[in-house]
Design a binder for this molecule. Structure first.
Ligand code: SF4
Ligand code: SF4
Ligand code: FES
Length: 246
């Protein structure tokens, strides 16, 4: 027979007048191969229809189900309850706007950050659909593909001490996104232009480098390498600027 699981779940509906944040307890019998996706759906179907949480793909692809599971941000659909103790606490991701209970709006945060970092290819070339596609070196294409694997789940930002202290800090996901354009030969931005975007303490120099972001990334993105790469690049750019002014 499986264990009896005790869930403590954060409850709060900011849209409901008079509602107060609280933890609510539920119990559920564990079944083989149970994920948190299955457990939460059973709780909602069998015990409490008001429980709010997000899921979409159930396959670790959409990023919607990220939440804080026993103190650590992770994807609920990829978390097997057999890997957790029988007492499970669930909180919504911090940093993002709370919609209700375990559901947060990561979309607004990511849209703002990607707008600030100008997260698109900057080129003066006019697109000609009749022209043959430009070739790209395989190694660079692989590097870009690796950085594009981010599913915007928000775990790295939720785990980041700096992002939790200051809401203007870009966070690892946005810095990783910038790195993706820095390595892309089609993007014609100069080092100075990148410096203007990420060269301050809201960007790469605000990062404390303790790498909680990489520890929790469910897709295993090489965030440590990218943060180091940008720090070196922006540091060199700042030094060049100092010597130019002398
Ligand atoms: S290394 Fe930087 S971005 Fe990553 S969690 Fe720490 S402060 Fe945040
Ligand atoms: S870098 Fe990793 S943890 Fe951060 S949003 Fe992307 S997939 Fe999620
Ligand atoms: S439901 Fe899509 S990543 Fe979990």
């Amino acid at each position: 027979m499986g264990r009896q699981l005790k869930f403590e779940i954060f409850r709060f509906n900011p849209a409901k007048e008079g509602d107060v944040p609280r933890m609510q307890e539920y119990t559920l019998d564990e079944t083989p191969n149970m994920t948190l996706f299955i457990a939460l759906n059973r709780l909602r179907e069998e015990q409490d229809a008001s429980l709010t949480f997000d899921f979409c793909c159930r396959a670790g692809i959409c990023g919607a189900c990220a939440m804080v599971i026993n103190g650590r941000p992770n994807l609920a659909c990829q978390t097997k309850v057999k890997d957790l103790p029988a007492h499970i606490t669930l909180h919504p991701l911090p940093v993002y706007k709370l919609i209700g209970d375990l559901s947060v709006d990561t979309g607004v945060w990511f849209r703002e950050m990607y707008t600030k970092t100008e997260s698109w290819i900057h080129t003066k070339k006019v697109f000609d659909p009749a022209k043959e596609e430009e070739r790209m070196d395989d190694a660079i294409a692989d590097e870009i593909y690796e950085l594009e694997r981010c599913i915007e789940c928000g775990c790295c930002v939720a785990a980041c001490g700096t992002a939790r202290l200051r809401d203007d800090f870009m966070g690892a996901a946005a810095l990783n996104r910038v790195a993706r354009f820095v390595v892309d030969p089609r993007d014609e931005r100069t080092e100075e232009q990148y410096f203007d975007i990420i060269g301050g303490d809201t960007g790469i120099f605000g990062c404390m480098g303790l790498l909680a972001c990489e520890d929790v990334c469910p897709k295993g993105l090489p965030l440590q390498n990218q943060l180091g790469f940008l720090r070196r690049k922006m540091g060199i750019s700042a030094l060049k600027d100092i010597f130019k002014k002398k």
